[in-house]
Design a protein around this ligand. Structure first.
Ligand code: C2E
Ligand code: CMP
Ligand code: CA
Ligand code: CA
Length: 414
């Protein structure tokens, strides 16, 4: 009998599955007992009796293998069915190293089962054909190892991409985007190592490196801005942080000491955090963000539109900027739906009373559309790719609001 919750009443003696069968589910025992047995030399050998609170049938699913043993109800049982997908989905989302550890343990256990007649003595250890995620996990471990060295040896340096005020055409600030200058592999882009850094504690080192260097470089950029005051605002600096950084108890202190060391005030710094990482442990996140806002630091929600925040979440958080994800901006020319998403976000930001930055702006048409719909700031290859400090200073010095008059590109068309 199958109830709404997939609970089964199973009579004594029923074989739930046999060794070598294909698997589509596991079971939790709510009531009764189940015998696990293996076939050896034509004889059934009982290897375990399981009772309420135990799970069986999980091994074949996690290892994508056939059943390692036969399961038979020893008494009338109530079992909870757990669909294969409910396990596999979670396993796929596991940290690759943890996934490897699970695979190793399962492979070892299967080998022990194969050696039942030898008293459980394992004669063969797991090999990599039974461990499909072996190489991936090794790559992660190697990357973590090299990243640790990179942080120590200061191989991580930010590049800077300008953020432009649409109403005036003035350069308003920069986003610091980290680059890894690897001694052998050359420049490595953040997408290749930030996810691994986030899975380990190394993200703290990445954030510290980017924050410290960006704060060190900001006075030079602001000095250059002072020399071109007609075309450039007193530039701010925007630094990316992650959800993990927000749970670092030293974060506020670290930010404050960087501001103090380089003679900066809090309003010169913004922190960008992705919409998705804000949504875990909302109360704790809101508290840290509030303390940052009280210091005077700007908080931008990054990649806005790609996550799951609701209106009530947004009003709970002390946000000072919304950054519209570049996927919406780049798809605007070909998709009315994306243009609708962008105008909806712009309207939402107005309701919330926060300015917007559109990312990934790479055409004059995009600029015109965004200006028409009340977007305040733009950032993208149209103006500049992220560049090293020297080039960023040159950008500030040479910035022209009305460059069209010199026959160059212009944002006057807005
Ligand atoms: P993000 O924060 O969304 O940064 C914007 C990304 O879009 C940057 O990629 C930038 O180079 C790229 N971009 C800007 N304008 C355009 C454009 O017009 N067209 C296209 N195709 N791309 C554009 P980048 O530098 O490769 O950074 C990728 C991601 O890595 C960032 O996305 C951010 O999530 C992460 N990241 C970068 N630096 C840091 C950091 O210091 N800390 C943390 N936690 N994450 C970082
Ligand atoms: P699976 O391989 O899917 O099918 C048989 C199940 O029996 C297996 O998953 C485990 O859940 C369970 N099993 C195998 N060996 C033992 C054991 N020694 N002790 C307890 N349960 C076991
Ligand atoms: Ca960002
Ligand atoms: Ca972004």
């Amino acid at each position: 009998m199958v109830s709404e919750f997939q609970q089964l009443s199973v009579p004594e003696g029923k074989v739930l599955f046999r060794e070598s069968d294909q698997a589509d589910c596991a079971y939790a025992i709510i009531d009764g007992s189940v015998q696990i047995s293996v076939e050896r030399d034509g004889k059934s050998v009982a290897i375990a009796t399981l009772g309420p609170g135990e799970i069986f049938g999980e091994m074949a699913i996690i290892a994508s293998a056939n059943r390692s043993a036969t399961a038979t109800a020893l008494s009338d049982c109530v079992l909870q069915r757990i669909e294969a997908q409910q396990f596999t989905h979670r396993v796929e989302n596991l940290d690759p190293v943890m996934r490897l550890v699970i695979e190793v343990i399962l492979a070892r256990f299967r080998n022990m089962l194969n050696c039942v007649e030898a008293g459980g003595v394992v004669t063969r250890s797991a090999n990599s054909s039974e461990l499909p995620h072996f190489s991936e996990a090794m790559e992660h471990l190697q990357l973590e190892h090299e990243l640790k060295i990179a942080i120590r040896e200061q191989q991580l340096k930010p590049y800077y991409q300008p953020i432009v005020c649409l109403a005036t055409g003035k350069l308003a600030g920069f986003e610091a985007l980290i680059r890894w200058h690897h001694p052998v592999h050359g420049t490595i882009m953040p997408d290749a190592f930030i996810p691994t850094a986030e899975q380990s504690d190394l993200i703290k080192g990445v954030t510290s490196a980017c924050l410290a260097q960006a704060c060190r470089d900001l006075p030079e950029l602001r000095l250059a801005a002072l020399k071109n005051i007609e075309q450039v605002k007193p530039v701010f600096m925007s630094v990316n942080i992650t959800g993990r950084d927000l749970s670092n108890p030293d974060l506020l202190q670290e930010i404050q000491s960087n501001l103090d060391e380089f003679g900066l005030t809090a309003d010169m710094l913004k922190l960008e955090i992705t919409e998705n990482s804000l949504m875990h442990d909302l109360d704790a996140v809101a508290e840290v963000l509030l303390r940052l806002r009280e210091l005077g630091i700007g908080i931008a929600i990054d990649d806005f539109g790609t996550g799951y925040s609701s209106m009530s979440h947004l009003t709970q958080l002390p946000i000072s900027t919304l950054k519209i994800d570049r996927s919406f901006i780049s798809a605007m020319p070909t998709s009315q739906q994306n243009r609708n998403v962008v105008t909806t976000i712009l309207r939402l930001a107005r309701e919330l009373g926060v300015p917007t930055v559109a990312e990934g702006v790479d055409s004059l048409d995009a600029i015109a559309f965004l200006a028409d719909h009340g977007c305040e700031y733009v950032q993208g290859y149209y103006f500049s790719k992220p560049v090293p400090l020297r080039d960023a200073i040159m950008l500030v010095e040479g910035w022209r609001v009305d460059a069209a008059e010199n026959g160059e590109t212009s944002i006057r068309a807005m």
